[in-house]
Design a binder for this molecule. Structure first.
Ligand SMILES: Nc1ncnc2c1ncn2[C@@H]1O[C@H](COP(=O)(O)OP(=O)(O)OP(=O)(O)O)[C@@H](O)[C@H]1O
Length: 259
């Protein structure tokens, strides 16, 4: 289970005097700071898939980076499987599988070597590592390119390798930042099948996306962030209720906030 409460993160502005009029009108600029995330909160239970939506720059990546412990929040709390991510990031990392927007693979290592390297870093012994790699390579349809160097892989191959890397230690919570961006329909299907598999095995998954068809296919819960704030946090059926068209549902939430 993941529980996020009152999350906030601000970044320093190099020269506040140089802000444009449009930037000055943005409530996220306050003095010398830009408040990328102002107040975000939600929960994701065992076996649930939560879709994180919002316009470009809303604060989704910043939120997910805080959840994964890559970034320390200025305020708020994050609990993953009973562990306080802010107070004990090292223990939390053992429980979390995180796919960031940048793949972070080692270009000179093959797909297999990249995944093995991270498995060893997580302390997996040879037998368990071999077992996990076999499962993930089948699930992600990676066998045709296991020995190809990362810097010679297509973006779909890189993404599947990055997902295998994020899942190698059998995390109890999975966080995916735009996992299907830039992928063709076959690679997208493979990634979505992995999310379904995680759901079936009871692992909560949080993923950000701009693809509403993925939300309707997979999500039990929907959270919409706009300008650093949670503007919707409920079940998928509540999100889709009355609106029929998910695009309209999302636009109504984001426009309401802008008005
Ligand atoms: N390290 C940083 N320093 C300054 N500003 C930052 C930093 N990281 C993010 N921001 C700003 O915070 C805001 C939110 O960014 P974030 O990447 O979280 O948005 P997002 O919702 O993931 O957008 P997208 O859908 O385009 O990926 C943006 O205006 C971004 O420029």
């Amino acid at each position: 289970m993941i529980k996020v409460t009152g999350l906030a993160k601000r970044f320093g502005v190099a020269d506040p005097k140089k802000l444009t009029e449009e930037e000055k009108a943005d409530p996220r600029y306050k003095g010398r700071f830009f408040h990328s995330v102002l107040n975000v909160g939600f929960e994701c239970e065992q076996g649930q898939v939560l879709g994180l939506l919002g316009p470009n720059g809303a604060g989704k990546t910043t939120t997910l980076r805080m959840l994964s412990s890559a970034l320390k929040p200025d305020a708020g709390s994050i609990e993953v499987g009973g562990i306080d991510v802010v107070k004990d990031p090292a223990s939390a990392r053992k429980k979390i599988g995180f796919l960031s927007a940048s793949t972070g693979l080692y270009g000179r290592l093959s797909a297999q070597e990249n995944v093995a390297y991270f498995g060893k870093m997580h302390g997996l012994g040879p037998e368990l590592l071999a077992e996990r790699m076999e499962t993930l390579f089948s699930l992600l349809d990676m066998k045709p390119f296991l020995h190809r160097r990362a810097d010679q892989m297509s973006s779909g191959m890189k993404q599947r390798t990055s997902i295998a890397r994020a899942l190698v230690h059998n995390p109890s919570v999975v966080i995916l930042d735009e996992p299907t961006t830039g992928l063709d329909i076959m690679a997208t299907e493979t990634v979505l099948a992995v999310v379904r598999h995680l759901k079936e095995t009871g692992v909560p998954v949080i993923f950000s996306t701009h693809h509403l068809d993925e939300v309707s296919a997979l999500c039990d819960r929907v959270v919409v962030i706009d300008k650093g704030q949670t503007v919707f946090n409920d079940s998928f059926s509540a999100f889709a209720q009355d609106q029929g068209d998910l695009r309209q549902a999302l636009l109504a939430l984001v426009k309401k906030d802008a008005a």
